[in-house]
Design a protein around this ligand. Sequence first.
Ligand code: ATP
Ligand code: MG
Length: 570
Amino acid sequence: MKWTKTLIQTLREDPGDAEIDSHKLMVRAGLMKKVAGGLYTYLPLGMRALNKVQRIVREEMDKAGALEVVMPILQPAELWKTSGRWDSMGPGMFRLKDRASHDYALSPTAEEMVTDVIKGVISSYRQLPVTVYQIQWKFRDEIRPRFGLMRSKEFLMKDAYSFDTSLEAADASYMAMFNAYKRVFARCGLAAYPVEADTGDIGGKFSHEFHVLADAGEDGIAVCEACKYAANLEKAERKIVPSPAPGHGADTPAVEEVATPNAKTIEEISSFMGAPASAFVKTLVYMADGKPVLCCVPGDYDVNEIKLKHLLNVKTLELAPQAIVEDVTGAAVGFAGPVGAKVRVVADQALKGAKGMICGGNKTDVHLENVDLERDCMIETYADLVIVKDGDICPKCGQRMVIKRGIEVGHVFKLGTKYTDAFKAVFKNDKLEEKVMVMGCYGIGVSRTVQAVIEQSHDANGIVWPASVAPYQVVVENLDPDKAEVTKIADDLESALEAAGIDVLVDDRAERPGVKFKDADLIGFPVRVVVGSKGLANGGVEVKRRCDDKSATKIVPVDGAVEAIKAALA
Ligand code: ATP
Ligand code: MG
């Protein structure tokens, strides 16, 4: 392929709305063009990279025994009503009506539709297990579409769904996908780590997200370098070391009121009283399915609302509005505490046995000192309720954890019978008894993966593509396109590389070498070959890998060029 025949537009300036490098580079290197917030056109270069990721995904899914299907993006509302998600998906799902006023959704995912399909196809245990997958566009009305393809309104997802006869059999299907995901991301040149993830409303222990570690990642991940425990902060646990908070174990005198005018936040009260944040009990008032609950955590931690929601086993959980806080505590916002509370109180496990603590006094401008939680409060339950922090103790091995940022590129999930129950997706077992199928679901953000590769692999000059997903693996820079003998060598090289199955782009533009090299670096072709009359007079063509610096450039004779390029790509 010749550069002048493709539609490549490179830009010198970063797009104004791009916050992270990979987004800037995708636009500047001419991989995509913004249509509107969260909507992009994939230009030819971007489409090639997207296709390469798709090909890898498809090959690994096929190898794992999954069967490719494609389901409509337009999904009748009835499917969503059957599972109850027509309501629970909320405004994140795009909805529309046809001319007869029938409701539809634009697929944000496809558990409902696939369950309905499989229910109609499978009737016997002999047909199970089965895993189907599709690579299909998904739509989500994200609150904040941003970071280019990372969080867009329309994105390409590979979604797979497994159906099994039993929970044990479903484990095997889950592991097959888990392992296929590892291979997919490795082949894309990505270091993606499986991370324990929250299972949402479904429960159970079986959910892993695959994360690419990057500062630009939207998710926090607790990682233990020692034992490789890794968990999304939504889920990550910590081990409580003995006597974690001040006052543990010590005998505490009676509770005393302290006047703390206007000191509401932990920071304010901590500097006012000259005590560390860990000496305080932070108390927040929540509305759980509409009823007020107090949640207490150590002052130096934040409440993990996902854990709290699981503990309370409620559908909705939100911070109580000011009026409710005032009603529940009898004080202005900022002075809630567990002593004498009129409503349910739950507390983080680290507070069990804590004495000598400081907490809100349920009176405006008042805090309490010397609080012994067991003696002075009615705590209904102690449980793990905090977001873990850097330096917390690993629950598995006892070493210290670090917090990193991650980009979720994939998610594997054991669903159980949530959807198969709702759709009555049953099969007959060998005794001709009717049983409900057990399901798993598995997603890869294909378009997000393309950008994650760039986020993980770029430098100040541009993208540094791994050969497996680069739009073209090799760029041949013809520095003298007006000279027939140079052009013939460049074109012959193009044919020879194509014959060897290598994607190659010949830069045949009449531009200065500096411009051509800058563009090549920006787009990030893994191997650059320079063909010019000067170089040819000096013994051949130049071969350089994008990931190496200038000093690694090799001059190779024309007849050895294909071998040298192959070696550079390997
Ligand atoms: P996130 O937590 O990032 O919103 P999710 O957990 O809602 O993602 P899943 O429902 O697990 O996403 O979807 C499977 C995969 O699809 C995700 O792992 C991610 O790679 C990708 N994905 C999800 N939402 C988007 C989006 N708005 N834009 C691009 N890719 C997305
Ligand atoms: Mg997910």
